[in-house]
Design a protein around this ligand. Sequence first.
Ligand code: PEP
Ligand code: MN
Length: 263
Amino acid sequence: LVSRKYKPENTIVNLRGEQIGDNKQHFIFGPCAVESYEQVAAVANAMKEKGLKLLRGGAYKPRTSPYDFQGLGIEGLKILKRIADEYDMAVISEIVNAADLKMAANYIDVIQIGSRNMQNFELLKEAGGMKKPVLLKRGLAATIEEFINAAEYIMSQGNDQIILCERGIRTYETATRNTLDISAVPILKQETHLPVFVDVTHSTGRRDLLLPAAKAAMAIGADGVMAEVHPDPAVALSDSAQQMDLKQFDHFFNELLSSKFIK
Ligand code: PEP
Ligand code: MN
């Protein structure tokens, strides 16, 4: 069902008026984790000034260590809903438990399925039964074929509103957090009819590489870029080393918009 052979034309995912998959480029920004109303509002304000309306923020954080901040849960979803209403934004947030999907659908516009859950087939099937767009991230060490099959699990249940997100894969290279598989973008665009995003934050894990990676994503044909922004990354409860502060975000976005890779 996700194959371009089955459906030659692009699937368009409409997020509060932004048509993802329309051959233009779209941007998702926001903090790694929702920490407070004020923290998310500071980022939403900075985005609003730039006309951006796709806001991310994690309420359920799949952390490597059980002792790290696990997210605010439903309180985090409520904060996102309040911001979405006040700022007229679409919010994207990861859900890790199939049993939470219906509840979460009351608060968020896009269900994110994270890298660690790309092959959580029960979660994929449940998300496939929802009438909500899904942003599906590539698994930590998933092949492109496995990634496409994960999307197929969702679509097989009737939900065709899927955005694929390349977020780097684990390789032997240690200079970056993950290895951004940039060629996955045109391959996914050729093999499927779904929009493809690149998460430059989790793939590189390096602030100095966010801009070049985003330019590469645009140049190679991605439908959009995702990056993490926090008002004060030094005190962030997760991913403090790689989120941009508001000034860095301003610079990042202005540079990206003025680059020749923007359509
Ligand atoms: C995220 O985007 O919040 C996240 C945890 O990313 P990933 O699932 O790609 O590691
Ligand atoms: Mn993060």
